[in-house]
Design a binder for this molecule. Sequence first.
Ligand code: ADP
Ligand code: MG
Length: 237
Amino acid sequence: MRLELDNFTKSFDDVKVIENLNLTVEEGEMLALLGPSGCGKSTTLFAICGIHRVNGGRILFGGKDFSDLPSQKRNVGVVFQNYALYPHMTVFENIAFPLEVQKRSKAEIDKAVREIAELIHIEELLERRPAQLSGGQQQRVALARAIVRRPNVLLLDEPLANLDAKLRLEMRTEIRRIQLETGITAILVTHDQVEAMSMCDRVAIMNKGKILQIATPTEMYRAPANQFVAGFLGNPP
Ligand code: ADP
Ligand code: MG
């Protein structure tokens, strides 16, 4: 679903971290939010999924204002850097959990979990517990859990940061494949420019709570909007 931030503003204890941020992610698009540590990327995601309330502005899904809805009613899928799987549950139970909360029937849950497991290539892991999985496998399970409800929007906060270099490359391709196959509108937060440029349709460069430029990777390399963007990107890989 199309996602819009309209003059989104967020403060902590009277300190404005984000001021009048405007951003649109088109339906089915994957957008990278790229910027240095502390610039406000996670704060923006927390506001979209409803963990943080906004101090000003609106958040719209498909043109409708969701700013005042609690997170359970927004149907946003989230994957964090540290996976946050439930350690006492099996992989099946982890993925099923968002559907259990919605009180779906057992047959429906079983079907949905198996479909997602097939899409994400984790069918053979369903009976294991998180401690019995590699980092890459845990991240696949976290992704499966995030999209099993077919969310309005998928938010990925540095999802590859804890993986070793080889797995990171593999998961870049996998996350993009799954996003394209499902057509879910997505935001990928990262401070890694190669990741942003290689995985996303468009990239938004953020610094100190502001978006400095939004463009396709090619456009951005060809015509960076200012010195910060040029410096942050460096040379094309
Ligand atoms: P990023 O994800 O880009 O690294 P964050 O969104 O986590 O950055 O943080 C942006 C700014 O907001 C930072 O200066 C951070 O210290 C501040 N901040 C984030 N969360 C809180 C909070 N709960 N209370 C106070 N300040 C916060
Ligand atoms: Mg962050």
